[in-house]
Design a protein around this ligand. Sequence first.
Ligand code: SF4
Ligand code: SF4
Length: 142
Amino acid sequence: MPCENDSWDKYTTMGMCENCDLCLKNCPTGAIANDRFIIHTDKCITLHNGSNEEFPKWLNSKCHNSIRGCMCCQLICPANKNYIKNIEDFAKFDDCETRMILSKTQLDELPQITYKKLESINFIEYYNLLARNLNVLIGYRH
Ligand code: SF4
Ligand code: SF4
C-alpha cells in the first residue's frame, strides 16, 4: 500500500537466526523461505485451519499438529526457550463433550459448562472449524 512517508527500516532477522535454520527445517509445509524472514502464508497451516474453506489437496493430513494454528516453528526456536513453558491450563473437555463437538452439536445446544470452556479458549468464533480440525488430528494420531 503506498504511503507518503516510508519510515520502515530495512528488514532484519534476529542475530541468533544467523546460524540457525531450525524453524525452516521444522515447518511441515515448507512455508518458511530460506532467509527465514518471509513466511509464505498460502502454505502456512495457520491460514488453512482457521479458514472455512476445505483444506487444500496438497496439505498432507500428517502436517496438522494443532486444533487451531500451528506451533512447529515456534516450539523449535531457541529464542522461545524460556517462554514456551508458559502454558496455561484453561479447559479440559471430557469424552462426552468431545463427542458433542465432533458431531457438530450446535453451540446453543451445548451444556453451559461446555460453552463456557469454549469461551475461555476463544473458540466460540471458531466453533464451526472445531469438528473438522479435531477430526483431522484424531485421524492422524490413531
Ligand atoms: S528457529 Fe528461531 S532463531 Fe532459528 S532461524 Fe528460526 S526464528 Fe531464527
Ligand atoms: S506456523 Fe507451522 S506451517 Fe506456518 S510457518 Fe510455522 S511451522 Fe510452518
